[in-house]
Write a protein that binds this ligand. Structure first.
Ligand SMILES: [Zn+2]
Ligand SMILES: [Zn+2]
Length: 137
């Protein structure tokens, strides 16, 4: 695995301790945290970090296509350091977001383009339901 600082540099981002902290918080989890959650996680080791800095950092990561912003829940955005193609499943009760890798090769993109007159450039498929924990309650 490449050094995080290298990855930031490759994306044309200036390497700062805050950026490294935010990026490592994201790359080391698959829970798709919100900016608020990242901020809370970092606060212990980085008492000087502010929520505004976390938001600004996430914005620059987003522009550099280093992270993806998911708009899967109404209350906040979730962030994903895995920018490869995958789908998400969201628990409507605890709002947790999980990765799903499913085969969507049988979607007829030509037909969708024909119907809409669009040229498709991206897609997001999100499933909603109750996670196994929330089903137990
Ligand atoms: Zn749940
Ligand atoms: Zn994901």
């Amino acid at each position: 695995m490449k050094q995080l600082a290298e990855i930031l540099k490759e994306k044309g981002l200036k390497v700062t301790p805050q950026r490294l902290a935010v990026y490592s918080a994201l790359i080391n989890t698959n829970t798709h945290p919100s900016a608020e959650t990242i901020y809370q996680t970092l606060l212990n080791d980085n008492p000087s970090i502010s929520l505004a800095t976390v938001y600004k950092t996430l914005d620059s990561f987003k522009s550099a296509k280093l992270v993806k912003e998911l708009n899967v829940c109404s209350e906040h955005s979730n962030y994903d350091a895995d920018t490869s193609k995958h789908q998400h499943i969201v628990c409507t009760k605890c709002q947790r977001v999980f990765d799903i890798h499913c085969d969507n090769s049988n979607i007829d993109y030509n037909k969708i383009e024909e119907q809409s007159g669009f040229k498709i450039v991206d897609e997001t498929i999100t499933f909603y339901g109750l996670c196994s924990n929330c089903q137990k309650e």
